[in-house]
Design a protein around this ligand. Sequence first.
Ligand SMILES: *[C@@H]1O[C@H](CO)[C@@H](O)[C@H](O)[C@H]1NC(C)=O
Ligand SMILES: *[C@@H]1O[C@H](CO)[C@@H](O)[C@H](O)[C@H]1NC(C)=O
Ligand SMILES: *[C@@H]1O[C@H](CO)[C@@H](O)[C@H](O)[C@H]1NC(C)=O
Length: 627
Amino acid sequence: PGHSGRFLDYNFDVTKGRIFIKCMEGATTNICYNLLDRNVHDRKLGDKVAFFWSGNDPGDELTVTYRELLQRVCQFSNVLKSQGVKKGDRVSIYMPMVVELVVAMLACVRIGAVHSIVFAGFSAESLCERIMDSQCSLVITADGFYRGDKLINLKLLADEALQKCREKGFPVEKCIMLRHLSKAAEDDLSSQCPPAKRSCPDLQVPWNPDVDLCWHALLRGASDVCEPEWVESEDPLFILYTSGSTGKPKGVLHSVSGYMLYTATTFKLVFDHQPDDVYWCTADIGWITGHSYITYGPLANGATSVLFEGLPTFPDVSRMWQIVDKYRVSKFYTAPTAIRLLMKYGSEPVQRYKRNSLKVLGTVGEPINPEAWQWYYTVVGEKRCPIVDTFWQTETGGHMLTPLPAATPMKPGSATFPFFGVVPAILNESGEELEGPSEGYLVFKQPWPGVMRSVYGNHSRFESTYFKKFPGYYVTADGCRRDKDGYYWITGRIDDMLNVSGHLLSTAEIESALVEHAAVVEAAVVGRPHPVKGESLYCFVTLTEGATLSGPLEAELRKQVREKIGAIATPDYIQNAPGLPKTRSGKIMRRVLRKIACDERDLGDISTLADSSVVEQLFRDRCLTTP
Ligand SMILES: *[C@@H]1O[C@H](CO)[C@@H](O)[C@H](O)[C@H]1NC(C)=O
Ligand SMILES: *[C@@H]1O[C@H](CO)[C@@H](O)[C@H](O)[C@H]1NC(C)=O
Ligand SMILES: *[C@@H]1O[C@H](CO)[C@@H](O)[C@H](O)[C@H]1NC(C)=O
């Protein structure tokens, strides 16, 4: 459909009024139409494989073509409509890595609804918070799934979340559950969804007939024809939550046309996509990487992808390479944390498989350390495959700094140069642009189509988080160095975020989970370098009078954080801190705590410290053991 008006219209300067970004305003489209109908009908790719699904257990696999995917999405779109979901409504999706997760997200956007996917590793508390923040009218989940040999009772967690929402005055009326672990026989599809327990004895599937609906039962009789809902370019596409540095997670809001264009273009060029490629991104769809580079970018290009439910180490540490050979994967995209994990086992598990189909290797999530880069390049890619080290964020929608394979001379550990249309700058503390070799704050000077449009429900938080510090620029919160050849090197987060296995966690969120425990008065969390995870969580807790930091209390605190935020945020070290190093104005000096956690005695300037004796005490009581 056509459009009038400008390609890109924006204001990036808070001093000049409201921040906004509009791309192709006035045009109408539907992203699901572009991903599926267009590929099936116009490009004649109906019989092409969209996904090779590989389950947690090797041998558990499925193939889905573009035509089948379109049919299933249309059917589920009709299901959502029959449940009263309308254009603009928010739908929360809490599912494992199954084809139905893609079906659910595309069905939402086909009818103009806005999905909010919550990573299935998050706790019930986190899910409830996200459901309430985005006011979701419906939740889609599954009975359960396996991560390696560990069963996750997902429906049980979803029920706990809905119970919490109810207690907080936000009842969700509908929850659709997919049977994943307990596949019903075709003739056994009654509307009574709780599965027979025979197939998976430890699976617990609570069932609330007032709220719960069965995916399979709803599909019966649903038509596989569904006209897409035409939406405006700037209509909301999805919300995806990221940790905020001030506690509450932020609902990053992306809109339709710009995001579609940006993910399609970056996917095509950064992976040098060719029609006969088999592409595999190992991320979970619950993160932005899975949104942009499993679902939207690849499908927009008519690509064939592997969709993987399992773990790189299950049933053994060769699993990734076994899958690469099985599907003859040519473009492979994973995280430095996975590479470091596999590196520990040496080259033999890699060399058990040929990997001769591989052409391009990508990394995402955090800067890759040069040692891991070398291993990936030499052992996995046998020096044949360029590495694309991609820097971007949930907020940017797609790649920002990245090499183009075989076109950009690489430097291990550098994300190299900006993608087309991206204009970075490095600012010093006073907000002046630095030229030539320099180090400072990484900012972007003008929008690109995929940039987020707002924080859901709080536009002023969007403005203050990304635009206030340096008016006129989008501020990434990452530090960056530019070398004499103009290469960009990301140096790490500037605010108080931690990256654990490539997942950004906010220290404030973890601290607030800790202080909710009755025995904790105050908490401060810092990162301590970890050879595999990147950072481990080192927590200082000040306890109530008379309390002691015993084994059982430590276990309770770990559990508390796990339940509030999720297993990825489990504290590694917990140290009793009778006092915390503070400035005279009462601000905790995290810089000093970081030094204590790492046992670095050179504290630099501590003249602003109110009481230096607490530092001595904390050094004496350091946690010396590795958890
Ligand atoms: C950076 O900041 C300082 C003040 O902190 C300023 O004097 C200096 O000129 C700035 N600009 C550059 C380009 O270094
Ligand atoms: C918006 O976010 C700010 C933090 O940036 C917070 O102080 C404020 O209460 C929020 N407003 C609403 C309506 O949630
Ligand atoms: C994340 O961790 C890596 C090391 O694993 C580190 O080099 C990097 O600075 C960290 N921060 C960010 C934002 O990537």
